[in-house]
Every structure is written in C-alpha cells, then in structure tokens.
Design a binder for this molecule. Structure first.
Ligand SMILES: Nc1cc(-c2ccc3ccn(Cc4ccc(CN5CCCC5)cc4)c3c2)n[nH]1
Length: 248
C-alpha cells in the first residue's frame, strides 16, 4: 500500500517511523510519502491561508495551493491509477473499524490533513469528480488540525495489512471486528504472575477448559459493553454470540 500525506507539518508524522507502522515500511508492506504543502506556494511568505468569505472566526486554507499539491502527487501515479483521498474533518463520516477494513483494501491512499478552520470546500468538490474523496471524522471532538486524525487512521489501517501483525494476533478477534465479536468491547486480560498485590487471576482462565474460557470471555465482553457502550448492545446479533460457543 502506498500512502501520501500532504501537510504544513510533515514532522508531525515522525511517529510513523516507529513500531508497527515503522516495521511495515521497512518491510515494504507500506510506503509512506510526506509532502510539505508550502512547497507549492509562490509568495515569499509561503502563504497557505486567507480570511473566510462571509466572515467568521479564523482562517481558511486556500484552494490553489492544495490543488497544485494534489495534482502533483496524483501525477506520480504508480501501479494504482489514482488514490482514494481522505480528508479528516469534524464534520465527516465517522471513521470506524469497518472504514479501516475498507481502507486496508486500497492500493493508494492520499491524506490531506488541514489546519486553521479547514480547506476551501471547492477542493473536495474538484477532486470528488475524479477520485473517491472521503471526509471522515475520528471522533466527536474538535482537533486543531487533521494530522493527529491521519496518525490514527494510518495506524488503524496499517495493522490490518497482511503480514503487519504477527500471526499470533488475529485481527478477527479485535473489538468491532466483523463476526461474533462485532460491536463488543474487549473483555479483561491477564498475564503472569497468578497473584499480584493480593489480586488473583480469574480461576476459569487457569482451568485450560477452552470452551468455558471462550464463554467466560464473551460474557465479560457483554458485561463491559452493557456497562460502557449500552447503545452497541442494541446492534448485537444474538445468533452471532453463540457462533463459536455451543448453543445455550
Ligand atoms: N474528528 C475530528 C477531525 C478534526 C479536524 C480535522 C481537520 C481539521 C482542520 C482544521 N481543524 C480545526 C477546526 C476547528 C474548527 C472547525 C469548525 N469551524 C466552524 C466554522 C468553520 C469550521 C473545524 C476545524 C480540523 C479538525 N477534529 N476532530
């Protein structure tokens, strides 16, 4: 997978050299190219923003600069003819595990994280006629810019790419993964020592009885989901809950 990121803060993406995503890049599973948006400005001050038409607080990012930057990146087309363009914004479609799974199938993603109050809306319109353009939100809160959202999306997508997670870890067991764990939060996890500060590990987990352990984990996940995200329980498929446990 090829990922291009255009930003006025390319240094924001140093964390993508680390850990999981960093290793995937070293192994050629993921190729990330960073671009400094100001490289496409033409004035001495490298201006990328201007006052909003119609008034209002803050500044808006100019369409011309973004247009030249995006055109330049798209022109570097490799095996994939054109990228899927992802625009982080508070007013976007919610980014979920389902979105991450969808993006993990794409050969080429182009991220356009903005700053200020966002990008002139004509940019998404201009490219929406040529590319798949997704405006996505990573949560119902307002960040100062799109860079942190891109870090979140690249990590959520990168870990799904074949070969990135060790075989020991299946993404099928993730919270929100399709199938019987869909819409369930993770249950509690434990490791050695068996007693820590007088606290024991639940006996069932030491029993070696895999059927009972799976049932216990499902019950714990249900309990936690009811407690923390009751609205998700409404979406559960009761049949799915028994899929890998025997019938009740
Ligand atoms: N999930 C999520 C994503 C973001 C996000 C993503 C990109 C940018 C670029 C700039 N900002 C700051 C920012 C501040 C205020 C407004 C709201 N204004 C009201 C009137 C015009 C706009 C919008 C945007 C971002 C925020 N935040 N949260």
């Amino acid at each position: 997978m090829r990922v291009d990121i255009i930003s006025i803060f390319p240094e924001y993406f140093a964390p993508l050299d680390v850990s999981l995503v960093g290793k995937a890049r070293e192994r050629g599973i993921l190729e990330i190219r960073l671009h400094q948006l100001r490289d496409w400005t033409h004035d001495v001050h490298k201006t990328v923003d201007d006052t909003p038409y119609g008034g209002g607080p803050g500044m808006v990012m100019k369409p011309e600069i973004w247009g030249e930057a995006i055109d330049a990146v798209i022109a570097q087309a490799g095996p994939a003819a054109s990228p899927r363009m992802i625009v982080p914004t508070p007013s976007g479609r919610p980014f979920t595990q389902e979105t991450a799974i969808e993006y993990a199938e794409e050969p080429w993603l182009l991220f356009t994280p903005a700053r200020y109050e966002g990008i002139d809306s004509r940019v998404a319109a201009e490219y929406g006629s040529r590319l798949r353009v997704d405006e996505v939100s990573v949560g119902d809160y307002v960040l100062a810019g799109g860079e942190a959202a891109v870090l979140v999306i690249v990590e959520a997508v990168g870990r799904l790419l074949p070969g990135v997670l060790g075989n020991a870890r299946s993404v099928a067991d993730d919270s929100f993964a399709p199938g019987s764990m869909a819409n369930l939060l993770e249950g509690p996890v434990y490791t050695k020592p068996p007693t820590w500060r007088g606290r024991e590990v639940p006996e069932i987990l030491l029993s070696g009885h895999h059927g009972k352990i799976a049932r216990w984990r499902r019950d714990q996940a249900l309990r936690r989901t009811l407690e923390k995200r009751p609205e998700l329980v409404a979406r559960l498929d009761p049949a799915g809950l028994d899929k890998d446990d025997r019938k009740i």
